[in-house]
Ligand binder design. Structure first.
Ligand code: CU
Length: 151
């Protein structure tokens, strides 16, 4: 019989919570993190979409201004009246989240250097108006994958 693995992340999570104690200061700078990042396996040779959630634990909003990746050219798209269009930038509210999700805002990869396979990871670098760049790894999921929604 196998023993269940003890999640090592529990201790790490507690450390992160302690480190987050300054978050009550309304003027604290943006503090961003990425979660729920993925790319549905592209069904086209030339385009792919990417999704992720940006959480801001700081007291100041920030803007996602651009994204780079070795997979291809990336633009940030928003969906307005069912049609997608390029967004100049997207706001990550203070003490809030910016959710890029299927049917809404998303990352658009074009001129793909390769067609990524399921299980592969695509790295991106997110650029902001105020915060330093953030790197994220987007695992490639099945084309029909939908994350469990947390909202
Ligand atoms: Cu798009």
């Amino acid at each position: 019989m196998r023993r269940p693995a003890v999640p090592a992340v529990a201790a790490l999570g507690a450390a992160l919570l302690l480190a987050g104690c300054g978050a009550d200061d309304p003027a604290s700078p943006p503090r961003l993190s990425v979660s729920a990042a993925y790319i549905p396996r592209p069904v086209s040779d030339s385009m792919a979409a990417g999704f992720l959630t940006l959480t801001n634990e700081g007291g100041t909003k920030d803007q996602l201004t651009s994204v780079t990746s070795d997979l291809g050219e990336v633009t940030v798209h928003e969906t307005v009246d069912g049609r997608m269009k390029e967004a100049g930038s997207l706001t990550v509210p203070a003490h809030g989240r910016l959710v890029l999700e299927s049917g809404g805002s998303h990352l658009m990869f074009e001129k793909l250097e390769r067609r990524p396979k399921e299980g592969e990871k695509v790295s991106v670098e997110l650029h902001f108006a105020h915060s330093g760049p953030l790197r994220a790894e987007l695992p490639v999921k099945p084309a029909t994958y939908r994350p469990a929604t947390g909202h």
